[in-house]
Design a protein around this ligand. Structure first.
Ligand SMILES: [Zn+2]
Length: 102
């Protein structure tokens, strides 16, 4: 596996993962749980990361570059009613507990 993205929030990491999966690239989010023990680990080590198979790394990086260039806003962020986590507007369900947005 190869890291293709370091996100500043878990929601962002999951957004990237979703985007890659829409392009048929299997991706994994790592470090997503470390934010809950922030304070015990240096902040740089608790950044959520998105990893893909080396085979897909080039394509993933290209997609992410295009994504950064597009800089499109995908709806308002929303807060999950079940668990209180922040979610990006592009999410239909909570990344954390899978509750629906509505
Ligand atoms: Zn939730």
């Amino acid at each position: 596996m190869k890291r293709v993205y370091t996100a500043d929030s878990v929601a962002m990491a999951w957004h990237i993962r979703n985007v890659l999966e829409q392009h048929d690239i299997y991706a994994e989010v790592k470090n997503e749980r470390l934010s809950s023990i922030a304070g015990e680990t240096p902040i740089t080590e608790s950044m959520p990361e998105v990893w893909v198979k080396p085979l897909y790394a080039k394509r993933a990086e290209q997609i992410l570059k295009e994504l950064a260039n597009a800089d499109e806003v995908e709806g308002e962020e929303w807060v999950c009613r079940s668990c209180g986590e922040d979610n990006l507007g592009s999410f239909d369900i909570c990344w954390n507990c899978q509750s629906s947005a509505a």
